[in-house]
Design a protein around this ligand. Structure first.
Ligand SMILES: [Fe+2]
Length: 186
């Protein structure tokens, strides 16, 4: 933990290195990471501005740090951008730096024939400074930027999502494979 008022990305990475050495349970890792990420997103001045902006014509998605036990990325949702219900296959902690995001959580039950029944368990508007945790058993969500300007977030995951075989669901419950692209900076 940094001893000064300034809490930088370097401080955060050092804390995550320690937490992911000391803990193996996802709920413990996310519980300890959440207040630190809340602190980081309050003052993201240590993160290069180019990683906090959307490139022309697409959502921003940048790798800020890769470690064996976690990774830190930035994500920039443009006005109207959305991700339908999807899973993550790992723990996650998401913090909002700027603007706001609407997160819908789901309970998903197999319904046969490549379909599932999706029950909405919560809909939350996360505003600047808010943090949301994904843990096994509650890690399926949809995201939407309903506002007229970019929303900037920091995501921390226990695994690299690029190339990871995940699942997503249409609103009618049709299940589809999901594989995320490479990051824009690597
Ligand atoms: Fe997600």
């Amino acid at each position: 933990m940094a001893t000064t008022d300034t809490y930088t990305l370097t401080d955060f990475i050092a804390d995550l290195d320690r937490i992911t050495r000391e803990e193996s349970a996802a709920h413990r890792i996310t519980a300890r990471t959440a207040p630190l990420l809340a602190r980081l997103v309050r003052d993201p001045s240590s993160i290069a501005a180019r990683y906090l902006a959307s490139p022309p014509g697409r959502r921003g998605r940048y790798m800020l740090h890769r470690a064996p036990t976690f990774n830190v990325t930035s994500v920039v949702w443009r006005p109207g951008d959305r991700a339908t219900a999807h899973n993550h296959e790992t723990w996650g902690v998401i913090g909002v730096i700027d603007n706001e995001i609407e997160e819908t959580r789901y309970r998903v039950s197999p319904a046969g024939n490549g379909r599932a029944s999706l029950e909405i368990t919560s809909v939350t508007r996360h505003r600047s400074g808010a943090v949301s945790c994904l843990v096994p058993g509650d890690e399926i969500h949809a995201m939407h930027n309903p506002t007229a300007r970019d929303t900037v977030e920091i995501h921390v995951y226990g695994r690299d999502l690029a190339g990871l075989a995940r699942r997503r669901w249409d609103e009618d419950g049709t299940e589809k494979p999901l594989v995320s692209d490479k990051y824009l900076n690597c």
